[in-house]
Design a protein around this ligand. Sequence first.
Ligand code: NOJ
Length: 481
Amino acid sequence: MSSTPFPDDFLFGASTASYQIEGGAHEGGRLASIWDTFAHTQGRTLNGDTGDEACDHFHKYAQDIKAMAEIGLTAYRFSMAWPRIRPTGDGDFNDEGFAFYHRVLDELDKYGIEPLVTLYHWDLPQPLEDAGGWPERAIVDRFVEYARGTVEEFKERVTYWTTFNEPWCTAFLGYASGAHAPGRSEPAASLAAAHHLNLAHGLAYKAIKEVHPEARVSIVLNSHLPRPWNVADPRDVAVAQKVDALANRIFMDPYTTGKYPAIVLDSTSSLTDWSFVHEGDLDAIKGTLDVLGVNYYSSHVVRFNDAPHRPSGQDGHNSTVHHCWPGADDAEFMPLVGKRTTMGWNVDESGFHAHLMRMHRDMGLPMIVTENGASWPDEVSDDGRIRDVDRYTYLHDHMGALLKARAEGADIRGYMAWSLMDNFEWAYGYSKRFGLLRVDYASQERTWKDSAYWYRETIRTRAIAPLDTLESVVENPPRAY
Ligand code: NOJ
């Protein structure tokens, strides 16, 4: 028994993703991904922001990893960019791309920080989208080749491998609402994309285990917690169950039961006959998870409405007039009450606890919280401090919910704050700040926010630091580099 609330081997980390932080878009042999194309298309991202430079982590990785060590992180979750490693998607692997990630791993190694590597955090090589993208079955083989080649290269150095980050976003923001790259609005294709992501995971799992039997392989799912508006109205309850199935179970059930839920097949039957699911596919997916990655930010309330008006942003994900819920036209997402982040998302740590317990019950796997955090306005005070009380309060309360879930039996092995530093928030560009470290994009200087100090104290004590300890642990002026 550990004497601290978090056991000695608990992983305290932070997360990032390649396109959101690296920059170096044209360096080291990297070619374009769908996000380069999308961000460079007028009107797709706020202010036309792109990831060309992002946080320039491609050059500043050593300083960034030193900052991780100073905060005390014991783990770092990041993604490798497919367009760096295999730039055309199906041609030669790129030694320069491998070399960059070896340098990153060298630095992590220096400080004893455990790497958690995601193979796909949304930056698909553009030629693969030109060939049809995720709705085309041929992409499955391309992903498996990329996964096998990459794990082979790093197998001596990386144990934790994630295939996909938030496949729901890839399928439904990418191909249904079009709010994310590649920006297509084709409901039937989005469902095929969802299946190909599951299948690519299943087959990649096998390939990864062949080259690296000790690998711990996960998928990272974003949580949707659709609560019914009126629990006494069976139509609200039913529509919440449907959204849950289209959001969560479509990426859960194939791994546990080896089936797509009937409610998913029924509610989408007017869009597709699901003939993209071939014989043997579901057997290839079932049982292919060693660990589950859980991303959690907020919860939703939905009600039944025959013809909901869909003002932009009401799906809780993005400002889009398109619909990211094929099969759930009768779901109306209700305005969220209470405290809201600058994403418009509510703060609901009870939802985090509920979601962790549900995943524990339904998936029965060890879990790592792979993302949790919040974006706030983050004023820089005259003394240079960034007093982001809302952020460390959010982290404090959510880590509390995590400990409660652990105490009730959920096997949670780590917590990764989103994000290490402010970065490119997809369609919102640089307008949203989630970091523990503030990034000044003009100078690329990073400054520790109060949250970084709060997290350092939490990790040091292996206990959630009380909010009122902040003034005794913060440095004035804050560290910057
Ligand atoms: C989930 C995604 O994985 C990440 O890329 C994004 O920045 C955060 N959520 C915040 O929206």
